[in-house]
Design a protein around this ligand. Structure first.
Ligand code: GLU
Length: 451
């Protein structure tokens, strides 16, 4: 993908990293799109080049890599790779999830960490950005194996994290079970009961509404986008990809607000329910997912729905598309299908599910597009609220957290919208989110000197 990077300083930094990290395609895509869209504001901030802000902005402050040895239930040893990318701490302690998935390596974690810096900045909460994880694949592993893996992972990671240093959480492959095992091991090693991880269980420092936060937040964000064009969810159909935490709670909130989710997916294919996925059907999705069953379990229970093996849902006709699975879900040809079918709005529940060419195609064809760093920031925002509750040793009610989440998503929307109007094109949420997220971090980096 060619980026049109107009500012000379942005272009120079882009040229440097595109050679240095030629093998890190995901990181380069994330950075390229940011350097392209922040160009107009970098033009107006000569202090950035004087202070080498961009050279620093694209380099993680620190990358920790380690081995994770563990034994399976037969006593056989295994060794995985563990990582923590501490990307930027200009505006707060590093914050961001841990991903346990075979694709995890420096490329994926650097893209996620880089995006997290801007996302966390947009939340308005004091959080820097980081990301970590391992190439461990929990599929087919017993509970005891997952526990031993998590304990081994934290036995190294614990020395690099802390409630005022770096606060990891979940991401793909890391949910409440894994966070709990890691929290237990951290506490055992350090003898400290502190909010070092978020997404914890409710009886040991977790926040109400954290589980729902990313999906609900996505729908609150889309509600603001629709309001800008004088519309709401009533009667609108949506293609949702994924069937995990983000997809489930996005569907739940969408149904509550009068919309109709038609699809869900996983790595095996997608299900289409023309009658619409209802709250009752969604309860069954939560059940089969908890039992680690694949998405075709849906059609076994609700035979009027159809399962499309090995396919993605982007050929389905609908008003909205909400990619909520993982990166690289929507390529140019998928975007073309969606546009041909009259899609009006695409908002990312996952991190970078849309390839840069597809984003460009949406924008050129009048589709309103919201990037994940703005639209899916609800998860980490409520993680930030969990940190506040842990610090004050209190817990807030579901309604209180949900109201704060809604307010934060509205603020992110308005900030991205107004910033785009001021520096780029009205309605360009990619530019708006990148510029708004960046300026705050950049100003803090200038103020703190060459560190
Ligand atoms: N993994 C989530 C994200 O991509 C949440 C991170 C967190 O809560 O720290 O934003």
């Amino acid at each position: 993908m060619e980026y049109t990077i107009k500012n000379a300083y942005c272009k120079r930094v882009w040229d440097e990293i595109s050679v240095r990290y030629a093998d890190q395609g995901h990181f380069l895509q994330a950075a390229g799109l940011v350097l392209e869209t922040i160009s107009p504001v970098v033009d107006k901030m000569p202090e950035l080049e004087k202070n080498a802000v961009l050279e620093r902005f694209v380099e993680p402050e620190r990358i920790i890599m380690f081995r994770v040895p563990w034994t399976d239930d037969q006593g056989k040893p295994h060794v995985n790779r563990g990582f923590r990318v501490q990307f930027n701490s200009a505006i707060g302690p590093y914050k961001g999830g841990l991903r346990f998935s075979p694709e995890v390596g420096l490329d994926v974690l650097k893209f996620l960490g880089f995006e997290q810096v801007l996302k966390n900045s947009l939340t308005t909460l004091p959080m820097g950005g980081g990301k970590g994880g391992s190439d461990f694949d929990a599929h087919g592993k017993s509970d005891a194996e997952v526990m031993r893996f998590c304990q081994s992972f934290v036995t190294e990671l614990y020395r690099h994290i802390g409630p005022d240093t770096d606060v990891p959480a979940g991401d793909k492959g890391v949910g409440g079970r894994e966070v709990a095992y890691m929290f237990g091991q951290y506490k055992r090693i350090t003898n400290q009961y502190v909010g070092v991880l978020t997404g914890k269980g409710l009886s040991f420092g977790g926040s109400l509404a954290r589980t729902e936060a990313t999906g609900y937040g996505l729908i609150y964000f889309v509600e603001c986008m629709l309001a800008k064009i004088g519309q709401d969810f009533k009667g609108k159909t949506a293609i949702i990809s994924g069937d995990g935490n983000v997809a489930q709670y996005a569907a739940e909130k969408l149904i509550q607000l009068g919309g109709k989710p038609l699809t869900l997916s996983d790595s095996t294919g997608y299900i289409l329910d023309e009658e619409g996925i209802t709250a009752e059907k969604l309860a069954y999705v939560k059940e089969f997912r908890a039992n680690h069953e694949k998405v075709d379990a849906y059609v076994k229970k609700f035979p009027k729905a159809k399962f499309f093996k090995g396919e993605k849902p982007w050929g389905v006709k609908a008003d909205l598309a909400l990619p909520c699975a993982t990166q690289d879900e929507i390529y140019l040809e998928d975007a073309q299908k969606l546009v041909a079918n009259g899609i009006k709005l695409v908002a990312e529940g996952a991190n970078m599910p849309t390839r840069a060419e597809a984003i460009e195609y949406f924008q050129k064809n009048g589709v309103i597009f919201a990037p994940g760093k703005a639209a899916n920031a609800g998860g980490v925002a409520v993680s930030g609220l969990e940190m506040s509750q842990n610090s004050e040793r209190l817990s807030w009610s579901f309604e209180e957290v949900d109201a704060k989440l809604k307010q934060i998503m509205t603020n992110i929307h308005d900030n991205a919208y107004e910033t785009a109007k001021k520096y780029a094109t009205e309605g360009d949420y990619v530019a708006g989110a990148n510029i708004a997220g960046f300026v705050k971090v950049a100003n803090a980096m200038v103020a703190q000197g060459l560190v």
